[in-house]
Design a protein around this ligand. Structure first.
Ligand code: NCD
Length: 325
């Protein structure tokens, strides 16, 4: 009979001296490390063949306790593009969470089956708890209304690739700034770049949380304004980051229904925007961007989703410390 402690030893892929890295927040990487990661993502985009077998024999586990299309599938596509394999679950119901298993126990087990994992969970901090018990790198693929660092990597890569630099722009962040984790992570990441003005566009009830306003924007002397009307902000923007009202984080349906169509970006409003204003959206989109805007050359959200694959490939290589020869 094998006892659980023996299993842990048998499965341990690292020696005592190894320092294993996880990704919980975009701030887990320095600006220099982020630049290297984005450079690697651009190289992957330009030379995909070079990377096609580099993770042969490696496995990525996707542990998704909350719905996802882009994040989970782009992680899986990323690992498959690198020649590795994938395993995992896409709902809490189909995992032992339904039987009451803790995240801490699940990750101990998954550490025996995979080399790296991406976890999405409705509870803030769940991936962090997992990382403390894990023997493989854990990537936070979205924890409640808290953080979504790999969406931020995607956003940074998109902005840098399409605008040519990270810095020297005015960005409008519009929609559900209260519960939108992509916005929280993106603001934290962007304050490290020069000369960025933030215009926070939301209804009163969905304003940015105090911890981001006070501890991130004010404490770091950032230029920012809070407005309610999109029409007032749009003429001043180089980038417009639209977000969905986060239905699943509302306590009651009535409030969601009242808020859900507060902003609708359509052709009329786009007439107020600069000719080169770029529209980003982490997706999924509900009604906040009218489909008539999709053909506008300024709409970059579908290209943004493609960048998500390259950046997740770069992230997997970085955390697994796989080097290209
Ligand atoms: C975002 C998320 O899950 O927070 N989606 C994504 O990962 N691209 C945004 C959202 O769901 O609104």
């Amino acid at each position: 009979m094998i006892h659980s402690t023996q299993i842990e030893v048998l499965c341990h892929p690292y020696s005592e001296e190894d320092i294993m890295r996880h990704l919980m927040s975009p701030l887990d990487f320095s600006v220099e490390e982020l630049n290297d990661l984005l450079d690697l993502a651009n190289d992957i985009e330009a030379h995909p063949d070079k990377y096609a077998h580099i993770c042969a024999g490696k496995k990525l586990a996707t542990l998704f306790y909350e719905p996802s299309t882009r994040t989970r599938l782009s992680f899986e596509a990323a690992m498959l593009n690198l020649g590795g394999s994938v395993l995992g679950f896409s709902t809490a119901d189909s995992s032992s969470a339904a039987k009451g298993e803790s995240v801490a126990d699940t990750i101990r087990i998954v550490s025996c089956y995979a080399d790296i994992c991406a976890m999405r969970h409705p509870k803030e901090g769940a991936p962090l708890v997992a990382s403390t018990k894990s023997r493989i790198p854990v990537i936070n693929a979205g924890d409640g209304g808290h953080q979504h660092p790999t969406q931020t990597l995607t956003d940074l890569l998109t902005i840098r690739s399409l605008k040519g630099e990270l810095g020297n722009f005015t960005i409008g962040l519009c929609g559900d700034l209260k519960f939108g984790r992509t916005v929280h992570s993106l603001i934290q990441a962007l304050i490290r770049y020069p000369n960025i003005n933030f215009i926070l566009i939301s209804p009163e009830e969905l304003r940015i949380p105090d911890n981001i306003r006070e501890d991130v924007l004010i404490r770091n002397h950032q230029n920012f304004a809070e407005v309610v009307r999109l029409e007032d902000a749009i003429p001043h923007l180089d980038l417009l980051y639209m977000t969905r009202v986060q239905k699943e984080r509302f306590f009651n349906e009535e409030d969601y229904v009242r808020m859900k169509d507060f902003y609708i970006l359509d052709r009329e409003k786009m007439k107020l925007a600069r000719p080169d204003m770029m529209i980003l959206h982490p997706l999924p989109r509900v009604n906040e961007i009218s489909v008539e805007v999709d053909d506008d050359p300024r709409a970059a959200y579908f290209r943004q989703a493609q960048y998500g694959v390259y950046v997740r490939m770069a992230l997997i290589l970085t955390l697994l410390e796989v080097k290209v020869c």
